[in-house]
Design a protein around this ligand. Structure first.
Ligand SMILES: C[S@@+](CC[C@H](N)C(=O)[O-])C[C@H]1O[C@@H](n2cnc3c(N)ncnc32)[C@H](O)[C@@H]1O
Length: 303
């Protein structure tokens, strides 16, 4: 399973769904009674759903570190006392298998953004527990995304939805001329090396069909991420990672699993770091601007 840090998820989801909820309309959130967000990570989508849904919204993820971060963010957001530290830390460290097909949601958490540990391919809930089961950027990370959609359909009595990007169609504009072509090169090398289909957003309909779920509608949402002055801490961190090459190094093994050679990677890294230094220099002069658009597709089906 590909691992994500809480910082990465928070940074890359910042502002997502703030500008428009049009693409979420087919989820009919204002009518939902019980919603499950699978692969919720730090709960970036869970909180968007929770704000628009009158019923219960539950997050579920296989990574307990991310669930801990999600709980922390929920507590911060709601400015509530730490309920879990009062004796019950089973959600972090305990064996939750006993919860399978019972109700694993800690009742203390119900009003504080409940999140539970679980595998998307073996969700710890009985059939028909929810009236909407949804994920965001989960299917692109799974070797068998249709198996997950089938499992979503098992625990949903009504709707199943996937909000997935097409990472092959990301566009980047930058005041540093070298940045867009270098990002295209790095992205191409990454796409060649990754084993799962990180472009499936645009074709999620086929995954639903394979899972036997009838698609009602697909809508596109462009996640527009802009960096401009004044630069926040996150933008400075990303620029430093470009200049040091550490951001690229995180994906080195994946890139080398594709067609990129060691020499090709070293050349890319040298140019990448030089580009990063230009980014930092422009930031010093408050001239750096970058805009990235990641197309996401909301695919909604009925069970
Ligand atoms: C790219 S992150 C997306 C997180 C969140 N949905 C968001 O959009 O911010 C993918 C998430 O899927 C989770 N994940 C990957 N495989 C999983 C599985 N088999 N079962 C449950 N969660 C899984 C990861 O731990 C990670 O939190």
């Amino acid at each position: 399973m590909r691992e994500f840090t809480a910082d990465y998820l928070t940074r890359t989801r910042e502002g997502m769904w703030d500008d428009s909820h049009d693409a979420l309309e087919p989820l009919a959130l204002d009518e939902r009674e019980r919603v499950l967000d699978v692969g919720c990570g730090t709960g970036e989508l869970t909180r968007v759903l929770d704000a628009r849904c009158p019923g219960d919204v539950v997050g579920c993820d296989a990574d307990r570190r991310l669930l801990a971060a999600a709980r922390e963010r929920n507590r911060e957001r709601r400015r509530e006392p730490d309920l879990e530290s009062e004796g019950d830390d089973e959600g972090e460290n305990g064996d939750e298998s006993e919860n399978e097909h019972s109700d694993p949601v800690d009742r203390n958490e119900r009003d504080h953004g409940p999140v539970v540990a679980g595998d998307a391919l073996r969700l710890p809930f009985p059939d028909d527990t929810f009236d909407l089961v949804v994920c965001q950027a989960l299917l692109i990370n799974l070797p068998d995304p249709a198996a997950a959609v089938r499992e979503f359909a098992r625990v949903s009595s009504n709707l199943v939805a996937a909000i997935e990007p097409d990472n092959g169609s990301v566009t980047v504009d930058s005041s540093v001329d070298a940045e867009p072509p270098l990002e295209r090169r790095a992205r191409r090398a990454y796409l060649e090396g990754i084993e799962t289909d990180v472009t499936l957003g645009a074709s999620a309909r086929e995954v639903f069909a394979e899972a036997g779920v009838e698609v009602l509608e697909t809508r596109r949402y462009d996640h527009d991420r802009t960096i401009e002055p004044p630069y926040d801490e996150g933008a400075l961190t990303v620029a430093k990672r470009k200049a040091s090459g550490s951001g690229l190094a995180d994906d080195r093994a994946t890139m080398l699993a594709g067609e990129l050679t060691e020499e090709g990677y070293d050349r890319l890294r040298t140019e990448w770091r030089s580009m990063g230094r230009d980014v930092i220099e422009q930031m010093g002069d408050r001239e750096y601007r970058r805009r990235e658009v990641v197309p996401f597709y909301v695919t909604v089906g009925a069970v």
